[in-house]
Design a protein around this ligand. Structure first.
Ligand SMILES: Cc1cc2nc3c(=O)[nH]c(=O)nc-3n(C[C@H](O)[C@H](O)[C@H](O)COP(=O)(O)OP(=O)(O)OC[C@H]3O[C@@H](n4cnc5c(N)ncnc54)[C@H](O)[C@@H]3O)c2cc1C
Length: 493
């Protein structure tokens, strides 16, 4: 089957009988649930965009079928540009709010499938083959995945095996001829109500796994309605209000869920790691996943920064506050974050290198890694700057019903801006509030701080993994010039 349309995506979702709960209720049909249908329709729209922009959004598999660009193995810089443009198009559909649009995990699994040599290296060729087959399955059926790669917060100061006497973190509890049996929980499946498949794979924390903890070393995938798997959503931030009132919350709540496995049988052909702690560590460290996924993530972040700069400028201009130097400086600061992000993406493409295995091109990880540590600071800072620019205007926002009521002549008079009608100004302020202040906006800010682990650990890794030779050589050149006479004599100079 070639790339899906939105209607095909919704049709499959409608038939699905996953065990998923929201506010105490088991959801029977996600596509009609008042708090979830907005999100489902937004994902469907992304699939429709594939056919509106086929030159960017589609590529071909080895059978000549049209499949999503995010599934490609990029082999040239042109391919990486195409991947970037495809991500950009999808991210613009929600102004960057839907961080886990299907391309996020499609790219992740394309990356894994392009490096099954790592599975060979650790003696797991059969599971590497499972992974390759799974990748072809999701690519050729154009599936949307969610992932839960973090064990629940219980006691972060001790290893996973010590959480609730080893019983809480996801782990293997048994095996049959055809399946492994798992129990335990994981967080935090963004997109869980809207995805076709649940995936489990190692996170950065997995690098600390101990050989004796092999039952926690798991990587697998199952359909969302797989028996023995339950999902518990957080509160919905989807406003059941008119699009005029909440232009973003009414459509773009991608949800987040805890997944609980209760003696769940995972078919062996869907298992990619089962107990091999060395491979579990290597998957994070050796397959170039970081470069690929941060390439996708920073493209989306660029869209968010563009939106923040655009809305900030619009507010400042309509309120006349961009006449003040410190407001110009605040807007300039957001512009700088945006431009540095754009430049880092260009630099990642220009510095891309062959993976040395099968000609797949890896974006240069250095500028991306730098952004990965900085973005959790830049986006919250940009949100703060918008608040400082907009002041109380975000709360001078009559609703659609107010606008249609008898107070409208007063609203038109007292809510006007220097260069905008009251209606135009209220629209800008409502849109901005839904991006920086509503409950969906609060979740979005938390997302930026944590979805790729926190800035503290990422920045620490940046230092640890940095190639320091060029910089050391520069310093050494000067140290070598600082010679005492006795040293020169001792060195025969
Ligand atoms: C909105 C949102 C969506 C998300 N979506 C997904 C998803 O789709 N899939 C998924 O798998 N995960 C998802 N996550 C989870 C995300 O991966 C985690 O939040 C992230 O890995 C951090 O883990 P944590 O939240 O458990 O925080 P913790 O690890 O508990 O960290 C909390 C604080 O403690 C500090 N800390 C914790 N451990 C250490 C340590 N060993 N050393 C030093 N400091 C430490 C951290 O620096 C941080 O400041 C999402 C998170 C959010 C907020």
């Amino acid at each position: 089957m070639p790339a899906r349309t939105g209607a095909q995506y919704l049709e499959k979702l409608k038939k699905d009988r996953r065990e998923i709960y929201l506010d105490g209720e088991r959801i029977e049909d996600i596509t009609v649930h008042p708090q979830l249908k907005g999100g489902a329709e937004s994902i469907a729209h992304l699939y429709d965009l594939q056919y509106l922009h086929p030159e960017v959004m589609l590529t071909e598999n080895e059978n000549g079928e049209k499949v999503g660009t995010a599934f490609m193995f990029p082999k040239s810089k042109d391919d990486l540009w195409k991947l970037h443009k495809a991500t950009k198009l999808w991210s613009e559909a929600s102004a960057g709010i839907m961080g886990r649009s299907p391309d996020y995990l499609n790219i992740t699994f394309a990356c894994y499938a392009s490096r099954t040599d790592v599975w060979d290296k650790y003696g797991e060729s059969e599971k590497g083959k499972n992974l390759e087959n799974y990748f072809k399955y999701i690519r050729d059926n154009d599936l949307c995945l969610t992932h839960c790669i973090v064990n629940p917060q219980v006691d972060r100061s001790v290893p996973e095996a010590q959480q609730g006497e080893g019983d809480l973190a996801l782990h293997k509890v048994g095996e049959t001829e055809d399946s492994i049996i798992v129990s335990g929980a994981r967080m935090l499946g963004t997109l869980a109500p809207f995805a076709d498949e649940m995936t489990i794979y190692p996170s950065r924390a997995g690098q600390g796994i101990r050989p004796e903890d092999s039952k926690y070393a798991l990587m697998f995938a199952v359909p969302m309605d797989h028996p023995g798997m339950m999902l518990l959503n957080r509160d919905s931030f989807s406003k059941q209000r008119d699009l005029f009132d909440y232009p973003l919350s009414s459509r773009f709540d991608e949800q987040d869920a805890i997944v609980i496995f209760d003696n769940c049988h995972i078919p062996k052909d869907r298992v990619f790691i089962d107990g091999n702690t060395e491979l579990y560590r290597a998957v994070t460290a050796e397959v170039n996943w970081g470069a690929y996924i941060v390439f996708q993530a920073m493209t989306r972040a660029l869209t968010k920064l563009e939106f923040l700069f655009g809305i900030g400028h619009m507010i400042a201009d309509m309120n006349g506050v961009n006449a003040f130097d410190h407001i110009k400086e605040k807007l300039g600061e957001i512009w700088q974050y945006k431009e540095l992000t754009r430049t880092a993406i260009v630099s990642a493409i220009e510095g891309a290198q062959d993976n040395g295995v099968n000609g797949v091109l890896i974006p240069d990880g250095r500028p991306l890694q730098a952004l990965r540590g900085l973005m959790p600071k830049w986006i919250p800072r940009s949100i703060e700057l918008i608040q400082l620019i907009g002041g109380g205007g975000f709360l001078c926002t009559p609703s659609k019903k107010d606008m249609q009521g008898h107070l409208r002549p007063f609203i038109d008079k007292y809510y006007q801006a220097r260069n905008k009608s009251a209606l135009e100004k209220i629209k800008v302020n409502r849109l901005a509030w839904d991006f920086i202040g509503s409950d969906l906006a609060g979740r979005g800010e938390l997302y930026e701080r944590f979805y790729l682990i926190d800035s503290f650990r990422v920045t620490m890794d940046t230092y640890t993994n940095a190639d320091k030779e060029v910089e050391m050589a520069l310093v050494k050149k000067f140290l070598d010039q600082m010679v005492l006479e006795e040293e020169a004599v001792a060195n025969g100079k």
